[in-house]
Design a protein around this ligand. Structure first.
Ligand code: F0G
Length: 457
């Protein structure tokens, strides 16, 4: 018999979680105004709100925490951090930041001016936010295949080189740089291929532009390249990572994902001039150059985490757990984004609940039902998140209404995955009884999803 797959780690420390009753959950979600962000975490049994900062650190990372050097300037922790980034990602200059969006804030303060264009592949919300805040525009050049959840394509994070070239040709003088998000969160944790990175690099060189990689889940991207791209099967993850970043001029990183820490981020770059310019904003917004909003112990844990996250065994365990859940759901006939991505399952709520009107928050309705069914907290990526048009103030209804189930790293077992799958199947089996959704009764002028209040229709 072929041996079944098993995790490449064992558990040394546990954190109890509490089961609740359906009646309790109905009460709690009502009190939370049907907004899952308003729930106390103790009311949640399996928390899939995000894979960001929710991972379990290893014994070695906790050891590094104890070795943290808390000197204000020149701490040994900073040099461990800098060396890890140089060795693994190949960049000479580094600035630590408190998280990913802070890296965007510092770097974009140098690179973006009013009226600029920043083409890329489905920019993440905070990336887009930091572009738009500077009165510039994020231009989405993702391949069209990414928006059809049923279509299987190995690299749905890819940039459509035709779309990118059009932007460069028509408005090249306005383009500040190109963003490549690896893996692409907004399109479902989908990877970008090396071939595509080479194509983007070629265009960038032709038009004299920089490439910034938004690298939150870069190791998962490298894993998919190894598994799916011709010519990369026998390369190590580290070799692939170095090749990926050889096509970038700079990276912004949320270490809360693929450095498996609870807080942290950084900017890494090749160019000393860029580093010098960014250093000014670093000191203003984040802190001195060798700590940037983090404790020394955080820098040490990131350095160790980067080594662990780029080991094949870790990545295989990680991605296979997400696949395990996805395949269970597919087996039940539940519509999800395919192929299964690196960090999360994206359930296609429009195909799950076609009878619910678009004005009634389709993906949020599904997420509320899943919480009531089993205490599982997912997140809406649909019309609530899409918000209103800033000019017309009309509600925007995106092409896709998704419920994201993000899997924290090294936290849950496959028994939890089984529970999630069956809970969702129970809703799938009674989906025809869900005729109506929820309406918004209170919302903030921007980023409304965090604080929105809803009622039953
Ligand atoms: N880039 C990507 C692709 C992300 O997914 C995130 C965060 C960021 C940048 C910003 O990083 O949170 O450290 O400031 N994504 C989280 C999520 C919040 O749930 O997907 P941050």
């Amino acid at each position: 018999m072929e041996l079944p797959f098993a995790e490449s780690y064992r558990i040394k420390m546990i954190e109890p979680i509490r089961r609740s009753t359906r009646a309790e959950r109905e009460q709690w979600i009502k009190e939370a105004k049907y907004n899952l962000f308003n729930l106390k975490s103790e009311y949640v049994f399996v928390d899939l709100l995000t894979d960001s900062g929710t991972g379990a650190m290893s014994d070695r990372q906790w050891s590094e925490m104890m070795l943290g050097d808390e000197s204000y300037a020149g701490a040994s922790s900073f040099f461990k951090f800098k060396d890890a980034i140089r060795e693994i990602m190949g960049f000479e200059y580094v600035l630590p930041t408190h998280q990913g969006r802070a890296a965007e804030n510092v770097l974009f303060s140098v690179l973006i001016k009013e009226g600029d264009l920043v083409p890329g592949n489905s920019h993440f919300d905070t990336t887009k936010g930091h572009i738009e805040y500077r009165k510039a525009k994020a231009v989405d050049c993702t391949i069209d295949e990414a928006f059809d959840t049923t279509l299987v394509h190995p690299f749905k994070g890819n940039v459509d080189l035709g779309k990118l070239e059009k932007v460069l040709k028509e408005n090249g003088n306005k383009v500040s740089f190109i963003v490549l998000t690896i893996t692409c969160n907004s399109s479902g944790g989908q990877p970008v291929s090396i071939e595509n990175m080479k194509g983007v690099r070629k265009l960038a060189d032709e038009y004299g532009k920089k490439i910034v990689m938004d690298s939150a889940r870069f190791a998962e991207n490298a894993y998919f390249i190894k598994m799916r791209e011709e010519g990369y099967g026998s390369k190590s993850i580290r070799e692939i990572v170095l090749e990926m970043f050889s096509y970038a001029d700079a990276v912004t990183m949320s270490a809360k994902k693929d450095a498996i820490v609870n807080i942290g981020g950084f900017i890494a770059m090749r160019d000393k001039e860029l580093y010098n310019s960014a250093s000014v904003f670093e000191i203003m917004y984040e802190g001195y150059l060798t700590y940037g909003g983090l404790a020394g112990r955080d820098l040490s844990a990131i350095a160790q985490g980067l080594h662990e996250a780029t080991e094949f065994d870790y990545l295989e365990t990680r991605v296979k757990q997400v696949e395990y859940l996805g395949n269970k759901l597919l087996g039940f006939g539940i519509p999800i984004q395919q192929p299964i991505g690196g960090h999360a399952i994206f359930v296609d709520a429009k195909r799950f609940l076609p009878q619910v009107k678009k004005e009634e928050c389709i993906a949020q309705t599904l997420a509320i039902h899943l919480y009531i069914e089993a205490g599982i907290r997912g997140v809406e990526i649909g019309s609530i998140l899409a918000d209103r048009d800033p000019v017309t103030r009309e509600n925007r209804y995106p092409e896709l209404e998704l419920m994201r189930l993000a899997i924290p790293r090294r936290v849950y077992t496959n028994n939890h995955m089984d529970l999630i799958a069956v809970a969702l199947k129970n809703i799938w089996d009674k989906r025809n009884t869900i005729r109506t959704g929820f309406r918004i009764v209170r919302e903030a002028p921007i980023m409304r999803h965090f604080t929105v209040e809803l009622e039953k229709v």
